[in-house]
Design a protein around this ligand. Structure first.
Ligand SMILES: Cc1cc2nc3c(=O)[nH]c(=O)nc-3n(C[C@H](O)[C@H](O)[C@H](O)COP(=O)(O)OP(=O)(O)OC[C@H]3O[C@@H](n4cnc5c(N)ncnc54)[C@H](O)[C@@H]3O)c2cc1C
Length: 508
């Protein structure tokens, strides 16, 4: 028998239950048995509320009904992230999940904006983005299916309670045959010849064997690190923030905003994530330049509503495992690596880990070529997120604290330096096949943090300035009109039946 018969997932956080639900759905017509082990005694990390649009495809693959999911997870819609005080103190911009304007003669819109700016026009690039203006007005509607309309030029994600999401997926996974075992794994046994993990031993003595193990045990990395000693690539050199304090608050003035906020502070940044029933807040910081007490005080001073629980402290080291797949263990979630949550990328990386695993699903031979390909692709996903996060820290004019001065003199990874150089030279964004962030995301952050190209695509000049300005003005007006006619997000949530307060479980 050379096909996999038993899969064991260790961990029941967001990563564990996403993996269980994803694998169970795709493998439901096979005879593969899937077991998930989790320990209530250990618990989950308990944070992670903002997502990227990719999650919609994950949910769709599972056949999840959006309003039911939104009610169950108390989700709001997310059109992007507002960054405050990143380029300079007082700056604000939204990184939208969507385009700026529409291409003119197949040339990206931002080139026309750069040209207009060089001629003295002061209109914000944001004014040409439907998702930005809708977000600023607190509005939401689904993208229009007609691609010629400006209301079609965006995607959306969610802000939700990740623990409720894990619970929601658990039902889905169990309905597709996943067996859950409550218990703490205390030991793992390796095959003496191959070094593969053979068994997990639980605290009660139970022995769980499997052909393939997925390590979703969180920062501990019980299998990938404690058992297989795979090693960790430390990226603190580039992303040095290493601690966070999280605290939920009552719904505040931010709650009807269909976007997450990330406000730069002296030694890190603060998140605010509006859910239907509360707001998630947290301060991510570098302990080299701020004490835990000061970081907590900064967070508490900047809440916009009363706390609902005691603040929770978290410790981390940014980076990733040297191999996300090693022998018969695949690390998905925090066990595989962690990049700070500035652009809500962890759940996205979990999803990519599951998708790539399904594409390269092994047989009992575990061919090196497939394992290497998985690791190569996942490395690219991680590298590109790292570069995008680092961009926020280095595309800045801030020098008002030691952390910001540190970033001014940092040597960047070549891949990021090349991207910035190409942009500054003529507004070109280098594109990749793999990577979460498409050119408009890079444009949003670069322009939002005041890195304006010196030049633009010269094909812009094939159109007279008069024609260019007329077309741009039409787009700006269409954006303002369409966003102005979009419903407030709360009305939209009510209309589609996704208001958690109206569900029978709401009082629970
Ligand atoms: C400060 C912070 C903010 C974040 N914000 C975001 C965000 O906005 N968006 C986003 O996408 N992501 C965010 N993340 C990341 C997100 O929280 C995680 O990616 C996500 O929760 C997945 O975690 P996990 O399932 O890998 O680990 P965990 O939640 O830690 O789950 C680990 C599981 O393994 C089990 N386990 C561990 N050891 C054993 C054992 N020996 N035996 C049995 N079971 C065991 C535990 O019981 C638990 O079930 C954030 C992370 C941090 C630290």
């Amino acid at each position: 028998m050379n096909h996999i018969q038993k899969i064991c997932i260790l961990g029941g956080g967001t990563a564990g239950w996403m993996t269980a639900a994803g694998l169970a759905e795709k493998l439901k017509h096979s005879d593969i048995a899937i077991t998930l082990i989790e320990s209530e005694q250990i618990g989950t990390v308990g944070v992670g509320e903002a997502t990227l649009p990719h999650i919609r495809y994950f949910n769709e693959t599972l056949g999840i009904h959006e309003p039911t999911f939104m009610k169950a997870t108390k989700a709001t819609f997310k059109l992007g992230i507002e960054f405050c005080d990143w380029g300079k103190i007082g700056d604000r911009y939204i990184h939208p999940f969507g385009d700026f304007g529409q291409p003119i003669n197949h040339i990206s819109f931002h080139h026309f904006w750069v040209n207009a700016r060089q001629s003295g026009d002061t209109t914000r690039l944001s004014d040409y983005s439907y998702p930005i203006i809708a977000a600023e007005l607190g509005r939401f509607q689904y993208p229009d299916p007609d691609p010629s309309k400006i209301e079609s030029t965006f995607g959306y994600a969610y802000q939700f309670d990740a623990s409720l999401y894990a619970g929601f997926l658990r039902q889905h996974a169990e309905a597709n045959g996943v067996t859950r075992i409550e218990g703490k794994a205390t030991e793992s046994q390796l095959d003496s010849e191959t070094g593969f993990v053979k068994n997990l031993i639980l605290e009660n003595g139970e022995q769980i064997s499997a052909d393939l193990f997925v390590d979703c045990s969180g920062f501990r990395g019980v299998l990938i690190e404690q058992a297989l000693k795979t090693g960790y690539e430390d990226w603190s050199e580039w992303l040095p923030c290493n601690r966070a304090i999280a605290v939920p608050t009552k719904s505040g003035p931010a709650n009807l905003r269909p976007y997450t906020q990330a406000t730069a502070r002296t030694a890190g940044w603060q998140w605010r994530i509006p859910l239907q029933h509360r707001t998630g807040n947290g301060h991510v910081y570098w302990n080299e330049f701020i004490s835990d007490d000061e970081a907590l005080a900064q967070l508490m001073d900047n809440l916009d509503a009363d706390p609902l629980a005691d603040p929770k402290q978290l410790f981390f080291k940014t980076g990733k495992r040297k191999k996300l797949w090693h022998k018969n263990v695949v690390a998905i979630g925090l066990s595989g690596g962690f990049l700070e949550p500035l652009e809500s990328t962890s759940i996205y990386l979990i999803q990519e880990g599951i998708t790539e695993l399904l594409q390269l699903f092994p047989d009992m031979y575990f061919p090196d070529s497939d394992i290497d390909e998985y690791n190569r692709r996942m490395d690219l996903h991680f590298d590109r997120v790292r570069d995008f996060l680092l961009l926020h820290y280095v595309a800045t004019q801030r020098e008002d604290s030691e952390m910001w001065r540190h970033f001014r003199s940092l040597t960047l990874p070549d891949s990021l330096q090349e991207k910035i150089d190409a942009w500054l030279h003529r507004g070109h964004i280098i594109k990749y096949e793999i990577g979460a962030f498409l050119p408009p995301s890079w444009v949003a952050v670069l322009v939002g943090q005041n890195l304006i190209p010196n030049n633009y695509d010269r094909r812009v000049d094939h159109l007279s300035e008069q024609e260019q300005f007329k077309t741009m003005e039409q787009i700006r007006k269409a954006v303002a009109f369409a966003a102005g006619n979009t419903a407030p997000q709360q009305d939209f949530i009510n209309r589609i039946g996704a208001n958690a307060a109206l569900s029978p479980e709401a009082s629970a």
